[in-house]
Each structure stands twice: as structure tokens, then as C-alpha cells.
Design a protein around this ligand. Structure first.
Ligand SMILES: Nc1ncnc2c1ncn2[C@@H]1O[C@H](COP(=O)(O)OP(=O)(O)OP(=O)(O)O)[C@@H](O)[C@H]1O
Ligand SMILES: [Mg+2]
Length: 165
């Protein structure tokens, strides 16, 4: 596992700013594994990432039913939601190894896909919600890749963080 850092996202603008800061670091054949409970903001982050990659944010939707969406951006983006995958067969049926060539693969609920557990060449992001619009984002970069320059609080202009109960 590579370097990791935790960033506080004060609100939706913080999530958008976070997406803009990491998007330039994402390359073809990268995997981005998005952990976090329901409503923690995984799909919302994907929407901002696709926009930051030059794609159409409005094209982004939760692929819970379709299992996988494809978006056109600076590099092709494959968006998987593993919530409904219950066995290896489901994952294999996606044919991701072929599809991923030259693109970015983003997976929500990666813990449901055993094959992804030990992927050392993946970006891992764990989002946590505290009830309001604030989120904590723990980012791990792929082995051998530099950590993006991230301030501890986003947006950088946000006022001092509200104390957690
Ligand atoms: N700072 C924030 N970052 C992301 N989402 C936020 C933030 N503040 C509020 N929200 C809201 O929280 C909700 C997050 O929903 P979203 O569908 O992105 O979650 P998810 O993690 O993908 O859930 P699921 O596991 O069901 O797919 C949205 O309604 C979004 O507007
Ligand atoms: Mg989602």
C-alpha cells in the first residue's frame, strides 16, 4: 500500500474541490476503489471527478442496477457499483480486465469483490459522513505514485471546522 492522508470535506464544495485536486493524477489503467457507507457520497464524488476529467457530470448516475456505466472524458471512465454483485461470476461477467485497458475504473463497494482486496496498484478512498454535509476522506495512493498536494480542509476557504460531538 502506498501513502495515505485524511482530508476533511466541509460540504459539497469541498468534495468538488477534492475531485479537482486528485483528477489530474488519475491515469489510464488506474483503479479507484470507493469505500464508505450508503449516502457517504461515493457517486457524488464520481460526478465531480468526471467533470474534473472533462466529462459530463450529468451523465453520471448510480450504476446499482446496470452494474456498470461508461463515461467519455479525458480518459474513458468505467463506473461499477458492486453492491449488487454477490459472487465472483458477477464480477467476471463484467469483463473489466478487457474494458479497463486505457481507462479509469471506479468501483463503489469494492469490498464485495474479493479480487480487489489486495490490488496494490489501486487508489483507495474511504468516505465517512457525520450526518450533515461534512465528510472525511481517507485517500491511499497506488504504490510508487506521489500523493496529490491536499490541504487538510476543503474548500480551503471554509471557516474553521465545526467541532464534532
Ligand atoms: N460533502 C458532501 N460530499 C458528498 N455528498 C454530499 C456531501 N454533502 C451532502 N452530500 C449528499 O449526500 C448524498 C450522497 O449520496 P451518494 O449517492 O453520492 O452516496 P453513495 O455513497 O454513492 O451511496 P450508495 O452507497 O447508496 O451508492 C447526496 O445526496 C449528496 O448531495
Ligand atoms: Mg453510490
Amino acid at each position: 500500500m502506498g501513502l495515505s492522508v485524511e482530508v476533511q470535506l466541509a460540504n459539497l464544495a469541498g468534495t468538488a474541490a477534492f475531485a479537482q485536486l486528485i483528477a489530474p493524477q488519475l491515469q489510464a489503467d488506474d483503479w479507484l476503489l470507493l469505500e464508505g457507507e450508503m449516502g457517504s457520497g461515493k457517486t457524488t464524488l464520481v460526478r465531480h471527478l468526471v467533470a474534473a476529467l472533462g466529462g459530463n457530470a450529468d451523465a453520471v448516475s448510480s450504476p446499482s442496477y446496470a452494474l456498470m456505466n461508461a463515461y467519455v472524458a479525458r480518459l474513458p471512465v468505467w463506473h461499477v457499483d458492486a453492491w449488487r454483485l454477490h459472487d465472483d461470476e458477477g464480477f467476471a461477467a463484467l469483463g473489466l480486465d478487457d474494458l479497463a485497458a486505457g481507462g479509469l475504473v471506479i468501483v463503489e463497494w469494492p469490498s464485495r469483490i474479493p479480487e480487489l482486496a489486495n490490488l496494490s496498484c489501486a487508489w483507495r478512498l474511504h468516505l465517512r459522513s457525520f450526518g450533515g454535509d461534512e465528510r472525511a476522506a481517507k485517500l491511499s495512493v497506488p504504490l510508487g505514485r506521489p500523493m496529490p498536494d491536499l490541504p487538510p480542509l476543503l474548500p480551503a476557504s471554509a471557516s474553521a471546522p465545526v467541532a464534532m460531538p
